[in-house]
Design a protein around this ligand. Structure first.
Ligand code: LLP
Length: 384
């Protein structure tokens, strides 16, 4: 069967459901502000239909960054009033599509985009609800390529321009200013940048409200990190600690709502890339385990120097005790097509099945057909 040919993604829906239960427990239970907390799933992390459906069945809203994602969320049955749309530069058709479907909010990333949304909304005879995405210039202390909240990054409206943008919202007749949006970066395992973000948000909200303009919605984006080193031990991200930061550092008024856009932390641990050893190649320098998955199937190691835990499932099953150190590489014609260097594994043999773990987020969605390869398939386990 096509989907069982390696390489393919495997998703454990039981673990996903447990993760979703933990998200809801930590966000809402015993939280007196919980009724005003809203968790949106950032579907850019994984939009495999069975995964998305499980998440939306659990009641999460949707965070989208393209018209295609807004469409996918609507087609998956998410109510438009639970869909938010960020995206650093939205095309006219994307804005029109979002307005046609009357989604909850467009997160606007520049004054230029704001003016364009007003123009399109006027043409359609509607009023666009917007949050302004502010670039708070906070260092998230994560990989450079997944840092978004520094002033050198292309995202959001700068602190200097914020008040001007808020005032422009008041003048534009087809714009309704709803609040502020932030997203400082991804894969944060140290929570202090989130604390700094809360302090900054409180200052900015105060600054705006002093002008008599109310900030009803605050969206803090996503970013909660996961353990790539020990996915078996830490299969559950620290949702408890994460939500606690916001509960304690961000006081909401009665009529204020707090939105989260979690992607990676929801889906990373439930997915693995399953691949097969094609050859074990010995050179005078190294031993290469050459697998049939490559950077076209999982680009994170090549793009962000990410190290995903690798397991030889066949060797584990057979109880092989001998071990070796290998470079685990793919078949793509690129030197960066490397999953791990000098990595300890049980003795590897041609035909062994390998799992590359913590691949549920930004794995299958980032696959490409480079080298005219075919896209990986996927299977889900469902003990429901
Ligand atoms: N909201 C916005 C506006 C975003 O740009 C992102 C991610 C999220 C929410 C979700 O963030 P998360 O909870 O997943 O950290 N491909 C990279 C990650 C790129 C993240 C892009 N934005 C990777 O594989 O590490």
């Amino acid at each position: 069967m096509r989907s069982h040919e390696t390489p393919f993604y495997f998703y454990d829906l039981d673990l996903l459901r447990k993760t979703l239960a933990e998200v809801k427990r930590c966000a809402f239970d015993g939280n007196e502000q919980g009724g005003r907390y809203h968790v949106h799933y950032a579907l850019k992390a994984c939009h495999t239909p069975e995964v998305m459906q499980t998440i939306f069945d659990a009641g999460l809203g949707a965070d989208c960054v393209s018209g295609g994602e807004v469409r996918a969320a609507i087609e998956a049955g998410v109510s438009p009033d639970r869909i938010v749309f960020a995206g650093v530069a939205k095309a006219d058709w994307e804005i029109r599509y979002a307005l046609q479907h009357d989604i909850a909010c467009l997160n606007v990333e520049s004054i230029e985009e704001l003016e364009n949304i007003d123009l399109i909304a006027a043409g359609m005879g509607v009023v666009a609800r917007v949050c302004l995405r502010i670039n708070p210039n906070i260092n998230p202390h994560t990989h450079k390529k997944i840092t978004t909240g520094l002033s050198i990054n292309k995202f959001g409206i700068s602190l200097d321009d914020m008040m001007g943008a808020v005032m422009r919202c008041q003048e534009l007749t087809h714009i309704s200013f709803e609040g502020l949006h932030f997203h400082i970066g991804s894969q944060l395992t140290d929570f202090s940048p989130f604390r700094s973000l809360c302090v900054r948000i409180s200052q900015l909200v105060h600054q705006i409200e002093e002008c008599g303009i109310s900030v009803r919605h605050i969206n803090v984006g996503g970013g909660l990190g996961v353990s790539y080193e020990h996915p078996n031990y830490y299969c559950m991200p620290d949702f408890e600690g994460y939500f606690k930061v916001f509960r304690t550092a961000l006081a909401l008024r009665e009529d204020q709502h707090l939105h989260f856009e979690l992607g990676r932390s929801v889906v990373a641990q439930c997915g693995s890339l399953i691949t097969r050893v094609l050859y074990v190649k010995h050179t005078s320098q190294k031993e290469f385990v050459m697998v049939d998955a490559g950077m076209t199937d999982l680009i994170r190691p090549a793009l962000y120097d990410a190290l995903h835990k690798i397991e030889n499932l066949t060797a584990l099953h057979e109880g092989r005790t001998e071990r070796g150190r290998y470079d685990v590489v793919g078949p793509i014609c690129e030197s960066s097509d490397v999953f791990a260097e000098d990595y300890e594994l049980p003795l590897c043999l041609r035909g062994d099945i390998i799992a590359i773990r913590t691949a549920g987020a930004y794995g299958e969605v980032m696959a490409s057909c480079y080298n005219l390869r075919r896209l990986p398939g996927h299977i889900v386990s469902d003990g429901k």
